[in-house]
Write a protein that binds this ligand. Structure first.
Ligand SMILES: NC(=O)c1ccc[n+]([C@@H]2O[C@H](COP(=O)([O-])OP(=O)(O)OC[C@H]3O[C@@H](n4cnc5c(N)ncnc54)[C@H](OP(=O)(O)O)[C@@H]3O)[C@@H](O)[C@H]2O)c1
Length: 373
């Protein structure tokens, strides 16, 4: 998302709340080549100067417009952005350890030097400038590459949730358009950003989808193609599920206590898989530091995987995975009319804090978008 007005972006990722943004097209190389002379102009942006509650969001007119630093980067003029729960969590400091390590792998910077920090990850916009090694994009392209049938607002609602669902379903779950027909899929958290996308991919691949959501979202998830809908508030989940046939695949975007019962509803000894998106990975790093946090994460996921393996089912964690080729596959499904963006509300750029509050309150019915241009 971009809460700046431009951004620098990578071919296999996208991000921030800004007007301009820089993105790497491939892994940055050491060579420093720019197609442009340094800029001296500034742009409006929403930034934070410390982690905290929504009050830390600050509007500035004076954020430097980013420059191309590496030959594999492009500058994007951001037209729209969308907000994900992780952006709200990161405003409060969640994941700061991992994020700072990514920005500064050698730990040269001292704590707090990430500020002023622009939050966000999903953007749609137009390529303004390209580094000299960039082949896949050219100035004027709508990125990344935007499905032709969508507006920028609709396109900005997709990348993070779509790539997360794709990672869970395809990369980790092993499901694809060829092996899904008739498979029974259970989606927990079906009414949110990830869930509303996941239902549609699974239906595009001919799976049978059972969606779990609140009662007031049942019409929405049915419209998106869900075959069966379960209202998790109307009674005990295990009682409701035990009358259904067991599942081949469960996507869990709720977490917490779901892990204690959901795997009981998978087919045993048939390769059936439970994939959760709610993991303690970043929290462990925040609490224990990078090395101990990763160790703790490895021990936790390893022991759970083994425990369930002996019970005849697969237990997996999935994470957002930046991928240009996956985005292209997703854009094809969108342009073929098989997936539609689900936007609950669009806020103007001046109302970014209200958009954050909306996402923070929960109960999403699809995505929250910020219109930048
Ligand atoms: N691992 C990763 O890389 C990764 C990437 C993206 C997202 N995530 C995580 O995945 C989760 C979902 O993300 P999202 O973007 O889809 O969030 P979201 O847009 O906020 O959606 C969450 C949805 O779950 C529903 N819900 C809450 N409790 C539920 C329950 N017990 N059973 C069924 N539905 C329930 C909510 O509606 P109601 O409360 O009204 O029912 C809401 O519609 C978040 O925890 C996020 O942090 C992880």
């Amino acid at each position: 998302m971009g809460f700046l007005k431009t951004c620098v972006l990578r071919r296999n990722a996208c991000t921030a709340v800004c007007f301009w943004r820089r993105q790497f097209i491939q892994k940055p190389s050491v060579r420093k080549i720019s197609t442009t002379s340094p800029r001296s102009t500034v742009m409006p942006a929403w930034v934070i100067d410390k982690y905290g509650s929504n009050e830390v969001l600050r509007f500035t007119q004076n954020m430097m417009i980013p420059m191309i630093h590496y030959p594999n980067e492009v500058i994007i003029k951001v037209h729209a952005a969308s907000i994900n729960p992780i952006d709200v969590n990161m405003r409060s400091g969640y994941g700061a350890t991992a994020l700072n390590m990514k920005r500064d792998p050698l730990h040269i910077k001292i704590k707090g030097e990430e500020f002023p920090l622009t939050l966000g990850r999903d953007v749609s916009g137009v390529v303004m400038e390209c580094g000299l090694d960039v082949r896949y994009f050219k100035p004027g392209d709508e990125v990344s590459h935007k499905p032709k049938s969508l507006t920028h607002g609709q396109a900005a609602s997709l990348p993070y949730v779509a790539l997360t669902a794709w990672s869970a379903i395809n990369k980790i779950g092993g499901l694809n358009d060829k092996n899904c027909a008739g498979k029974r899929v259970l989606i927990l958290g079906a009414s949110g950003g990830v869930g509303t996308f996941a239902i549609q991919v699974m239906k595009a691949w001919d799976a049978h989808v059972t969606a779990v959501c609140s009662q007031d979202a049942s019409e929405l998830v049915r419209k998106l193609g869900a075959d069966d809908v379960i209202d998790y508030k109307s009674g005990n989940m295990e009682e409701q599920l035990k009358y259904l046939k067991p599942f081949d695949f469960i996507l869990d975007s709720v977490g917490g206590s779901t892990e204690t019962w959901a795997l009981n509803f998978l087919k045993k000894w048939s390769g059936a898989t439970y994939v959760t998106l709610v993991t303690p990975f970043l929290l462990n790093m925040d609490r224990l530091g990078i090395a101990d946090g990763m160790l703790q994460t490895g021990v936790t996921v390893g022991s759970k995987t083994l425990k369930h393996f002996w019970q005849g089912v697969h237990y997996r964690w999935a994470f957002f995975m930046a991928s240009g080729p996956y985005l292209d596959d997703i854009a094809e499904l969108v342009d073929a009319g098989k997936i539609q963006p689900v936007i609950e509300k669009t806020f103007p750029f001046s109302k970014v804090p209200e958009a954050f509050l909306k996402v923070e309150r929960g109960h999403a019915r699809g995505k929250t978008v910020v219109s930048v241009v």
